[in-house]
Design a protein. Structure first.
Length: 242
């Protein structure tokens, strides 16, 4: 990857490209899908982009895609698309009056990377926050072109629990995308408290056949990554089907 550009800084797990003119010579979507789990892009004219790659087996596709929003005439969007065995989340926001000088260490992917894990575990607070930001920008743009009664409102997706108390990563996400707390007020009021329901995993395990249990044990011995998450999701699915 260092050979792609003289403006790169690579390690065993990440690579950073910094341009003062010109641009990245590769297709960033293909690079992400093939090599990485996350990408952060910042431009001094105000564009910010955050992307995550999820194995299809690790996320609830139907649940997360409810937060997709892509206004017809806006640069801002929250999209999901499939690349092979992965689902890609792509959040792009461009502030018309944003931008300015960017220090090399001003924005760090490490501040936001745990959002990926939160989404895998069913925490969609960052998705509703981005959705509200994009929807608000879309409404303001349409109001400039149409009478207030004529613009089409976006349909609010499900409101996740826990918006009353944001963790450090969500606060960093809010700051990164410059999400005004005023647009969160109404959904925060409707957001229930974040409580983790305790499941009886022993009881759920009894619902699995011997073959299913042996299959997971074999995959564990073979070192399949993130098997604990996949197994937990399987058991939680059994609980929902009851």
């Amino acid at each position: 990857m260092s050979s792609w550009s003289s403006r790169s800084s690579a390690s065993s797990t990440s690579v950073t490209f910094t341009y003062h003119y010109g641009g990245f010579p590769k297709d960033e979507e293909k690079v992400l899908a093939e090599f990485f789990d996350a990408m952060l892009y910042v431009a001094n004219w105000g564009t910010k982009r955050l992307m995550f790659r999820f194995p299809k087996s690790m996320v609830d596709e139907k649940a997360i895609t409810q937060y997709a929003i892509s206004p017809q005439y806006a640069e801002n969007y929250l999209k999901f698309y499939k690349k092979g065995k992965f689902i890609i989340l792509d959040i792009n926001l461009s502030e018309e009056d944003g931008g300015g000088w960017i220090d090399d260490d001003e924005y760090e992917l490490s501040d936001l990377i745990s959002l990926r894990e939160q989404i895998i575990n069913g925490d969609y607070r960052c998705l509703i926050m981005a959705w509200l930001k994009i929807a608000e920008e879309d409404v303001e743009m349409e109001k400039d072109e149409y009478e207030e009664e004529e613009y089409e409102e976006n349909i609010l997706p499900p409101i996740p629990a826990g918006l009353k108390k944001l963790n450090a990563t969500l606060t960093a996400f809010e700051k990164f995308f410059e999400i005004d707390e005023d647009i969160l007020v109404d959904v925060v009021k409707q957001s229930p408290s974040l409580t983790k329901k305790k499941l009886d995993y022993a009881k759920l395990l009894s619902k699995l056949s011997a073959k299913e249990k042996d299959d997971f044990l074999l995959r564990l011995v073979n070192g399949e990554p993130r098997l604990d998450v996949k197994f937990r999701k399987l058991l939680e699915g059994l609980n929902k089907s009851n």
